[in-house]
Design a protein around this ligand. Structure first.
Ligand code: BG6
Length: 512
């Protein structure tokens, strides 16, 4: 949604809690620099980094600049302009003095830089700090909006670790903030190719008539990563693949594929329809239902693309007998008029063969096959619509075509659209758009309280059932593979298989 044609955001300060953390260095600061090079940041602007680690302005600028340049993400000229906007406020989050100093700094920036008292707080901290931080900001009077000025808070994920904790967090946030001030972020909603799902579905008439149980056989959503946990063991031991990725990023993709057309996108239009999808998924009623409709896995040691991967259990801060899953798959059904009976297969995992986020919509076959006299070099399979979200950014339609030559042999052929066709191929990771939207006061692409709770209503029974049975077969998949065999069995029970074709153009795949 961000492009150089958008208006510049109004005056404000962004206060980042967790300024010395990975998220700030790797994602937030580069995203703000991109906004700066698009001239979308306000003229009256500042970034305040709050962290426990002591650092003055110069030291913080240095630290963030070094990290950004090491990642190769920022041009020197852009950084030079940008770094003048960075200010440091070190201190402990449980010390009222930190908030007093922060208040003084905000007042100074308002006076010296004309930031108009508008502040966007970004909580890029471990999740346990979210509620105490908001409460401390409230106590210090920093969330109060006077006159035209605004105060907003972006909350990172994980938003709770199950339904009860998400409800409690919502309650605590709402004791200090209006719902409109709360921006629960899921960076997947900021990605171009994810937003394009909305345009594809609701900006075109071609596919909509077939977008339902009468024509669609099944939908598969995959978010696979080649990287392992990479030193994030401490966090990952409290999360696992279901909490870390499936319950949020993958559910967002599911909601966009399944939702009804909203009357309008802005405000609650989109969010109402997304919530309805998740509320239409009936949580599994007992552990048997969970085990029949899910699979989990954990990677052992090995290699992904010639790069050595240490087994998850051998990572730092991971228990040697850890039951935490690095792979999760679910089979869900959306119980509504449009989708009843259509299985949705979702999976995510670390240390897998490909980095790929992809949605595959498989259509039903024709009622009568006229061309059964033999198959051409690429077996046709069903019609498929494939949305490649990243790193490939494309949409491909698979259909049946005639193999040239004598006879009526048929094979799979494809039509595709690739984002590379745009000169300005979008490289944004999602944070640019969402930071800009939050500065503009547009919460369309942020989660509302009921959406996060609806997601946890589906995920919590799965986590609870899994917790009752320690997985005896962990580690059960090799790095660089497609994941555990149990995930294949999940589809095999329905007479289906995961679509794993990694090539853009149709070529015969060994398993077809
Ligand atoms: C984050 C998870 O939310 O999403 C990470 O915590 C995961 O574990 C990442 O790697 C994936 O995001 P992206 O944009 O790289 O697909």
């Amino acid at each position: 949604m961000t492009s150089p044609n958008e208006p510049t955001a109004g005056p404000c300060v962004i206060v980042i809690f967790g300024a010395s953390g990975d998220l700030t260095k790797r994602l937030l600061v580069p995203a703000l620099c991109h906004l700066q090079s698009f001239k979308l940041l306000p003229k009256s602007f500042a970034v305040v980094g709050v962290a426990r680690t002591k650092a003055d302005d110069a030291a913080l600028r240095d630290q963030l600049g070094k990290a950004a340049r090491e990642l190769g993400k920022i041009e020197d000229a852009v950084w030079k302009d940008f770094e003048q906007n960075i200010f440091s406020c070190s201190g402990n989050y449980d010390d009222p003095e930190t908030f007093k100093r922060l208040g003084d700094l905000l007042a100074r920036l308002e006076k010296e830089r004309g930031t108009a008292g508008n502040v966007l707080f970004y909580l890029a901290t471990p999740a346990e700090a979210f509620a105490p931080l908001v409460e401390a900001l409230g106590k210090a009077g920093l969330l109060r909006e006077e006159g035209e000025q605004w105060r907003r808070v972006i909350i990172e994920k994980p938003f709770g670790r199950d339904l009860a904790s998400a409800q409690e967090l919502n309650q605590r946030l709402r004791a200090a903030l209006r719902e409109e001030q709360i921006y629960r972020i899921d960076h997947y909603l900021g990605k171009e190719t994810v937003q394009n799902l909305l345009v594809f579905r609701f900006g075109n008439a071609l596919f909509e008539p077939a977008w339902n149980r009468n024509y669609i056989d099944n939908v598969q959503i995959t978010l696979s990563e080649t990287l392992g946990v990479e030193g994030r063991g401490k966090f990952y031991e409290t999360a696992g693949a279901l909490r870390d990725v499936l319950e949020n990023h993958v559910f967002v993709l599911l909601a966009l594929i399944c939702m009804e057309p909203p009357n309008i996108l802005q405000g609650n239009g989109l969010r109402n329809e997304m919530v309805k999808v998740l509320e239409g998924i009936h949580p599994f009623e007992n552990p048997d239902a969970v085990f029949a409709n899910s699979a989990r896995g954990q990677y052992g040691g090995g290699k992904v693309e010639d790069k050595k991967v240490v087994a998850y259990r051998a990572e730092k801060n991971v228990a040697p007998d850890s039951p935490v899953e690095t792979y999760a798959a679910l089979r869900l059904e959306v119980d509504n008029w449009r989708w009843a009976g259509v299985p949705f297969y979702l999976r995510t995992g670390k240390a897998l063969a490909q980095r790929s986020t992809r949605i595959v919509v498989e259509f039903k076959t024709t009622p009568l096959m006229l061309f059964a006299c033999g198959e051409g070099p690429v077996p046709p399979g069903p019609n498929r619509l494939i949305f490649d979200i990243q790193p490939q950014q494309s949409i491909t339609v698979h259909f049946r075509g005639k193999t040239p030559g004598a006879g009526m042999h048929t094979q799979r052929v494809a039509m595709d659209f690739d984002y590379c066709q745009f000169d300005d191929n979008p490289r944004a990771n999602g944070y640019e758009t969402l930071l800009y939207d939050a500065m503009m006061g547009d919460n369309t692409l942020f989660h509302r309280a009921d959406l996060v709770e609806a997601a946890w209503k589906i995920a919590t029974p799965v986590l609870e059932a899994w917790a009752t049975r320690t997985p005896k077969d962990f580690p059960n998949y090799a790095p660089g593979s497609q994941g555990p065999a149990s995930a294949d069995e999940l589809l095999a029970r329905d007479g289906r298989r995961w679509w794993t074709q990694s090539e853009k153009n149709p070529t015969p795949s060994s398993s077809e």
